[in-house]
Design a protein around this ligand. Structure first.
Ligand SMILES: [Mn+2]
Length: 286
């Protein structure tokens, strides 16, 4: 693992309760390339929001943010072309399982959405029941045939095979598809106004965020833009609702940021970083 910079200038290593890890992998499909740069770019831009000299203050509320949060940065799990893609995913799963067994909370930065699969599998092995909240324009659920390989567009079909994954609540889904599979009952796609009705009580939550869940007008740095979509206020509402549910958040990831598609001023990257602040605060509870 290597990285010259740590996210938000936090410490490097595995001593934090929350462990940042970069998954610079974008072979989830032939058209998801470009996302491998995200962990480097986000870490490098995060020096604008540096924690190493004390908390960040919100100019709006004058409140300190991320104060006392126990977080450190593991660096990246680099993908080496000498190994197969499936081997990389297996290695990530194994490595992450070790940290989950030590009760660490993983905050991973993709990569394309396929990197979420090894994390969900690692959690399924170490946690009794858990549920996923997925922010995404797509369901990432497809019909699986005998030789279907996992991709960033079907990984949820593989994740749903895990018994301990009890429910997937998808928010922001709105794309079109020519493949309309039978969706298992554990996947629900409620409206934003009523999604909290679907949270299972006392079941830990893992949050996976695909950048394309947001409106491409505010988050243009994606491979698959879908008009309309969530706003940043919606996102903060989702985090508040997770807090209010009393369910523990056991981990999170942010995937599918493609810097090549972003505006010149990197507005998507800065928005991701600003929204990682309340996300990390939410993760640090419980
Ligand atoms: Mn996705």
């Amino acid at each position: 693992m290597s990285s010259s910079l740590e996210l938000f200038g936090c410490q490097s290593g595995d001593q934090g309760r929350i462990l940042v890890c970069g998954l610079p992998f974008d072979y989830g499909s032939s058209d998801s390339q470009g996302c491998r740069q995200a962990p480097y770019i986000l870490r490098s831009l995060s020096h604008w929001y540096n924690l190493s000299e004390g908390p960040l203050y919100s100019l709006r509320t004058h409140q300190p943010r991320l104060e006392g949060v126990s977080i450190s940065d593991l660096g990246n799990f680099e993908y080496d072309n000498d190994i197969s893609r499936s081997q990389y995913l297996k290695d990530v799963e194994k490595e992450i399982s070790r940290y989950i067994q030590r009760k660490k909370k993983i905050l991973s930065i993709g990569g394309d959405h396929l990197v979420t699969l090894p994390i969900l599998k690692a959690i399924a092995q170490t946690h009794s029941p858990y549920q996923v909240v997925q922010i995404d324009a797509h369901t990432d659920y497809k019909t699986l045939y005998k030789n279907t390989q996992p991709t960033n567009a079907n990984f949820m079909s593989f994740a749903c095979k895990e018994k301990n994954l009890k429910r997937v609540i998808q928010i922001g889904v709105r794309a079109f598809t020519s493949d309309m599979p039978m969706i298992p009952r554990k996947i629900v796609k409620p409206e934003l106004s009523s999604w909290t009705d679907y949270i299972l009580k006392d079941v830990p939550i893992y949050l996976t965020i695909d950048t394309d869940g947001f409106d491409p007008l505010i988050a243009p740095g994606v491979n698959y833009p879908e008009i309309s979509g969530l706003t940043w206020d919606d996102f903060n509402g989702i985090l508040e609702a997770i807090k209010d549910s009393g369910n523990e958040m056991i981990g999170a990831d942010w995937v599918e940021y493609n810097a090549e598609k972003d505006y010149k001023n990197q507005v998507t990257a800065h928005s991701i970083l600003t929204n990682l602040i309340p996300l990390i605060e939410c993760l640090s509870r419980g």
